[in-house]
Design a protein. Structure first.
Length: 215
């Protein structure tokens, strides 16, 4: 047992354990993807993500470049939004937004008989069309995002990691295919696993890299 460790020491020790265990399992991660995969494992203690996280070509590099330019992040939940590193956002001149709790979104979703997640993606498309979009909870957000991309939306990066059973796998497959077809960078956690904490972890790995912090 390691006693009297500060937060920074705990995180470094955790990353060392993750690195060692990946090596023992014979899992090799491309260097440019290591920070993202390890950050997600650090957040979840789930090594399955070393297998299920899927990256389009140069997704990490393009996401980091966008964040270095101060590109905003839009999430589908306030939980994910609250988990994104405020100091890194400030350093990069960026911000993280979530429209799910906005009154106009709730009102329109009710009037149209659809989900707030879908309407929030429409609002993102109007207000922050070039954002990094991180979806950790709502498959309907990914399905709407796929439609919007097919109609011309071009986000800087899509992070597709909702968790659950209904339409989760299908929505991830759909957004993956749509992003590849339209040459949009995408990082997705294929299968059922994911969540708001995973979405925030991926955002943070990219932010730390963009801000020059060791992730």
């Amino acid at each position: 047992m390691r006693e009297h460790m500060g937060p920074g020491d705990i995180e470094r020790a955790s990353m060392e354990i993750i690195t060692d265990e990946l090596a023992r399992r014979g899992i090799l991660i491309p260097p440019e993807r290591e920070a993202v995969v390890k950050r997600v494992i650090h957040t979840t203690a789930d090594f399955d993500f070393a297998r299920t996280l899927r990256f389009s070509e140069q997704a990490v590099e393009l996401g980091v470049d966008a964040l270095k330019k101060g590109t905003a992040i839009v999430t589908d939940t306030n939980m994910a939004r609250s988990g994104v590193s405020a100091p890194s956002l400030k350093k990069l001149g960026s911000e993280v937004l979530c429209y799910m709790a906005h009154e106009d979104v709730a009102r329109e979703a009710k009037a149209r008989g659809t989900t707030r997640a879908a309407v929030s993606m429409e609002k993102m498309a109007r207000e922050r069309p070039g954002a990094v979009v991180a979806v950790g909870n709502a498959p309907t957000a990914l399905l709407k995002l796929s439609q919007l991309i097919e109609e011309g939306l071009r986000p800087a990066l899509v992070i597709a990691v909702p968790v659950g059973f209904v339409n989760v796998v299908e929505s991830k497959e759909k957004i993956w295919e749509t992003c590849l077809a339209h040459e949009i960078p995408v990082i997705a956690a294929m299968g059922r696993k994911g969540g708001s904490t995973v979405a925030a972890a991926i955002c943070n790995a990219l932010l730390y890299t963009a801000a020059g912090r060791e992730a």
